[in-house]
Design a protein around this ligand. Structure first.
Ligand code: ASP
Length: 328
């Protein structure tokens, strides 16, 4: 091999390239207490197939040269439409028995962001978050104002009953029974609590984006807003780092999890894996738990969590998929 071609090969190799593949999309379907023993084979199979469909939907966008923003939107819409996750249809119910939905999206290279909170009628909250980003001068819209904006844009609205599933009704009843028995605010722990969804993507232009969507926490107080729509807490993307979080939102807000991770990457030169580990440890030190998916501009991903499980998956540039819910 000539010196020239060796130099060319080295120049073309991505900085920090390792044997690991370039991840173009990572997704999560929520961290939480989901003991394997209490998860039916059918439920697990359903979750895995939905995660796979979401990865494929996002990857199709990237493969055709589309934007990271379109990829995270496509992946999250699939998971919002699935009744198995805590976002869109099948979201957890608040103390009044209503699904109250939060979502956010952020584009890394421009740092444009859009967020919505407290929705009860918007079929796909992530689509409205995106329109807040693209078609309003604002970053966050909430409740009735957000829904009136959705109406003015012709975004699909549904009856609040569309979101409610028997599984979430039973979960709410169980949480209320525990609350009555212990006097403990049942928002603390819910045995089936899992299912917030999120995605981070890297497109061919090298741009990153992040998106997250959730119903929040089972039995939450009406009007409660979690970390997901708080830019920098549950969702963040900049030029080098994109994060979507899931977990006990109050703690994720107090730590500013998503921004803290990317700030460590930018300012301390940590890898996304190092930064995520430190920041999740900080959440744990305050008493919170959860997980994150993080992707950098070189396609290095990390998907750590400190709960019993976290539904998660990645797809690389060649379309290779990896999906996990627990450690193995
Ligand atoms: N982080 C979400 C919230 O607190 C819930 C979750 O991710 O499970 O609203």
């Amino acid at each position: 091999m000539s010196i020239q071609s060796l130099v060319l090969m080295l120049a073309l190799a991505p900085v920090g390239a390792t044997a690991s593949p370039r991840i173009v999309l990572a997704i999560h379907g929520g961290a939480g207490t989901l003991p394997r023993a209490e998860t039916s084979a059918a439920r697990e199979a359903g979750m895995r197939s939905d995660l796979e469909r979401a990865l494929e939907a996002g990857h199709a966008v990237i493969r055709k040269g589309g934007s990271a923003l379109d990829a995270v939107t496509a992946a999250v819409v699939v998971l919002e439409d699935s009744p198995r996750f805590n976002a869109g249809r099948g979201a957890v119910l608040n103390a009044e028995g209503v699904a109250e939905l939060d979502a956010a999206i952020m584009e890394g290279n421009t740092r444009r962001a859009g967020a919505v909170a407290g929705l009860t009628r918007v079929r796909n909250p992530i689509l409205l978050a995106r329109r807040v980003m693209e078609d309003s001068p604002h970053v966050m819209l909430i409740g009735a104002g957000a829904e009136s904006f959705a109406e003015s844009l012709g975004i699909a609205l549904v009856d609040p009953s569309y979101f409610v599933t028997p599984f979430r009704r039973a979960e709410l009843e169980a949480a209320k029974a525990r609350e009555r028995a212990s006097g403990d605010a049942a928002i603390r722990r819910s045995p089936f609590h899992i299912g917030t969804v999120g995605a981070v993507a890297l497109d061919r232009a090298g741009h990153l984006a992040a998106a997250t969507s959730t119903g929040g926490r089972t039995n939450k107080r009406w009007g409660r807003v979690g970390d997901v729509p708080v830019i920098g807490a549950g969702t963040w993307a900049d030029a080098n780092c994109a994060v979507s979080a899931t977990g006990w939102g109050e703690y994720f807000i107090r730590v500013g999890v998503a921004h803290a991770i990317c700030a460590r990457v930018a300012l301390k030169g940590e890898t996304v894996a190092q930064a995520a580990e430190v920041v999740l440890a900080d959440v744990a030190s305050l008493g919170g738990d959860g997980g994150v998916i993080v992707l950098d501009a070189l396609g290095r991903a990390t998907l750590p969590y400190n709960t019993a499980g976290m539904a998660r998956g990645t797809i690389d540039a060649d379309g290779r998929i990896e999906i996990r819910i627990w450690e193995d």
